[in-house]
Design a binder for this molecule. Structure first.
Ligand code: AHG
Ligand code: MN
Ligand code: MN
Ligand code: MN
Length: 322
C-alpha cells in the first residue's frame, strides 16, 4: 500500500506544503496515542476552564491544542495559526508561506464515553502584505484553502485529505507509524436515504428545516415516498466520515434556542475544511442558501449553519428553504 508522501508528491504537492501536512500529522499521531490510552493516560474529564466559544474545556481539548500549536509554531512552516481553543490567532514565522486553522479535538463530548473524536485542519496561503499577528490574515473564503483534512480517532485512526485533487482516505498503520492510502478516490453518492441532525433541537429549528425533516420521517407514506435512516455521532468528524464512506446528509441548522447564537459550527475550523473535503468527493456544502466555500469570514470564531453531503438530497433540503 502506498504511503502518504509519494502519493502527494505525484499530485504535484509543493514540498513545503507536504512538510506542513506531515507536521500536523505528527501531532495527530500523538493525539491518537493519548486517545487510545484513555483513562490510562490521565486525559479524560474536564478542566475548570472555559474557552472563547463558551464551552467547558475537556483535558483532551487543551492537550490536543497544545500539541498542535507547539509543533506548528516550532516547525517554521506557518505564519500564523487559529484554533477553536485560542482566543486570538497566534503569530509564527513571518516569512512562512502558510496559515493553518484547526479544531484540535472535535466531538469532545465523546471523550469520556470512549466514542469517536477527531482533529480538523484547514491550510491557506499566508498573504504576503499582512503581518503575522494581523488577525485579518485569516479572512479568506474557504475556496482559497490549499489543503484540508481531518484525522478520525476511531477503532482505526484515519486521515481524510484533499489538496484540491479529489479526496483520499489514509489509515494509520501503527506498526510503522505511517498513513497508508486506503481509498484513492472518495465519491459521495448523489442520492441517499440517511440523514444526520441533532433531533433534540427540533422545536428550535426554523420552519423549512422542520418541514424537510418531517417529510423524511414520514417515510414511504409521505411526500418523499421513501424510508430514511437517521444517524448522529455528535462528532462532526465521525458524521462527515460517514458521508465520505456511504453518502448521506449532515446538517447543523440555524436554531432559535439562544438568539445570540443561532449557529453551532465554526466556519474556519469545521465548515470550511469539511466543505472542501465533501466537494472534492463530489458532494455539496451549504450554509443556508450560500455555498460554504464562498463565504468571506468576518471574524475567526464565526459560526455558520451547515448542510452538506449527497448532492441531490442536499438540494432537496435547500428547496424547502427557497
Ligand atoms: P467541538 O467538540 O469541537 O466543540 O465540536 C462539537 C460539534 C460537532 O462535532 C458536532 O457536530 C456538534 O458539535 C455536536 O453538537 P451537539 O451537542 O448538538 O450534539
Ligand atoms: Mn469545543
Ligand atoms: Mn468541533
Ligand atoms: Mn473542538
Amino acid at each position: 500500500m502506498r504511503r502518504l508522501p509519494p502519493v502527494l508528491i505525484e499530485d504535484g504537492c509543493p514540498r513545503d506544503l507536504l512538510s506542513l501536512i506531515r507536521t500536523i500529522l505528527a501531532a495527530c499521531k500523538e493525539i491518537s496515542f493519548r486517545v487510545s490510552q484513555g483513562e490510562l493516560s490521565g486525559v479524560l474529564g474536564s478542566t475548570l476552564d472555559e474557552n472563547i466559544q463558551g464551552e467547558t474545556q475537556k483535558k483532551l481539548d487543551v492537550l490536543s491544542n497544545q500539541l498542535l500549536k507547539d509543533i506548528l509554531l516550532e516547525s517554521g512552516y506557518v505564519k500564523a495559526i487559529a484554533s477553536e481553543e485560542e482566543d486570538y490567532t497566534v503569530a509564527g514565522n513571518p516569512d512562512a508561506e502558510y496559515i493553518v486553522a484547526f479544531d484540535p479535538l472535535d466531538g469532545s463530548s465523546n471523550t469520556d464515553i470512549n466514542s469517536l473524536v477527531g482533529t480538523i485542519f484547514s491550510i491557506m496561503k499566508a498573504p504576503k502584505d499582512k503581518a503575522a499577528d494581523d488577525q485579518s490574515i485569516f479572512m479568506q473564503a474557504g475556496k482559497h484553502q490549499v489543503a484540508a483534512g481531518y484525522v478520525l480517532y476511531g477503532p482505526s485512526t484515519m486521515l481524510a485529505l484533499t489538496i484540491g485533487k479529489g479526496t483520499r482516505l489514509f489509515t494509520l498503520d501503527r506498526t510503522h507509524g505511517s498513513f497508508l492510502l486506503t481509498e484513492d478516490k472518495v465519491t459521495i453518492p448523489e442520492d441517499t436515504k440517511e440523514f444526520a441532525i441533532n433531533a433534540s433541537n427540533q422545536r428550535h429549528w426554523l420552519a423549512p428545516m422542520q418541514n424537510y425533516i418531517a417529510d423524511c420521517l414520514a417515510g414511504e407514506e409521505g411526500p418523499r415516498k421513501k424510508n430514511f435512516n437517521m444517524r448522529w455521532i455528535a462528532c462532526m468528524v465521525g458524521d462527515v466520515h460517514r458521508l465520505l464512506c456511504r453518502g448521506g446528509l449532515f446538517t447543523y441548522p440555524e436554531d432559535t434556542k439562544n438568539p445570540e447564537k443561532p449557529f453551532k459550527l465554526r466556519l474556519l475550523y469545521e465548515a470550511n475544511p469539511m466543505a472542501m473535503l465533501v466537494e472534492q468527493a463530489g458532494g455539496v456544502a451549504y450554509a443556508g442558501l450560500d455555498r460554504i466555500l464562498d463565504i468571506e469570514p468576518q471574524e475567526i470564531h464565526q459560526r455558520v449553519a451547515v448542510t452538506m453531503g449527497s448532492k441531490n438530497e442536499v438540494e432537496i433540503c435547500l428547496d424547502y428553504h427557497k
